[in-house]
Design a binder for this molecule. Sequence first.
Ligand SMILES: Nc1nc2c(c(=O)[nH]1)N[C@H]1C(S)=C(S)[C@@H](COP(=O)(O)O)O[C@H]1N2
Ligand SMILES: [Mo]
Length: 332
Amino acid sequence: MLIKTDHDGFIHPVSSEITSEKVYRDRRALIKLMAGGAAGAALTGWAGREAMAQAISKPGKHAALVGGKSAVAGAVTMDKVTEYKDASSYNNYYEFGTDKADPARNAGTLVTRPWTVSIEGLVKQPKTYGIEELLKLSAQEERIYRMRCVEGWSMVIPWVGYSLAELIKKVEPLGSAKYVEFVTLADPKTMPFVGSRVLDWPYVEALRLDEAMNPLTLLTFGMYGEVLPNQNGAPVRLVVPWKYGFKSGKSIVKIRFTDKEPRTAWNKAAAQEYGFYSNVNPNVDHPRWSQATERRIGEDGLFAKKRKTLMFNGYESQVAQLYADMDLKKLF
Ligand SMILES: Nc1nc2c(c(=O)[nH]1)N[C@H]1C(S)=C(S)[C@@H](COP(=O)(O)O)O[C@H]1N2
Ligand SMILES: [Mo]
């Protein structure tokens, strides 16, 4: 069965298995109840186990779901999914302000239709895709990814989209293409902070072509089984889960293939702090703070222990080979 949401063309063929935002909320509520004890006692036997199994992102179930056509090993985590309200109200989208609450507060002005994404540079098939065509270019899947912001907080988010590799194969990069640049919208009329000097707008990010082709790299249209909220990068963004969050550009309008390493917004702003690669790496400190631990949003009570940050954010088995011969302290 295909589900269409209120936005035209948002189709995910595995909808019967995709957990809607409401179901996530219900599961969270259930966990809280069970943790509470009183209700937990009532949820014994089959019902209790079933509830628990439902409440945890089971690799078995989601591996099959993610599998559809091509399973992405390790795309699923056993970690608890972050509450939708946290994932949609605490984040960075500097075009709408630099406070974590600003994107949710201000991004209502973002206009996401009509929308086009132009594919340019070193490809055989340059083309400007309308968003509806892009949505349908490949089957969308749900992927639960850990996300780690360079500032030291993390979340676990069920994204919906397809591997960027699907699009890249369609546009046929030339042999000379080595990098992929992602240019995002910079519209001073609808984005109040695009006039500010924090960054050199538009917000630009980039990956090496092999990083962009890695199946984990997700061209993302939704989260929690819904279309992306504006503050999370509607109508289309990238998600690169083994890199710090700022590599995952929001509201993309242009994808350009190049032979030289592109300059990126954060690298231009502070090259000694934000390198081109920006792989999550607990062994390489940011010049102003440690990257060894992280605070998981939703677990940040007074006594919550910080988590140890994992190499490549826990995706080492899928991506370490991309950097086999590199000194990751120099090429941070
Ligand atoms: N266009 C744009 N994309 C962006 C940002 C931004 O300021 N502008 N911030 C980045 C940073 S620092 C992070 S941590 C993530 C946070 O948003 P998310 O929680 O929706 O992934 O978006 C990234 N993408
Ligand atoms: Mo970030």
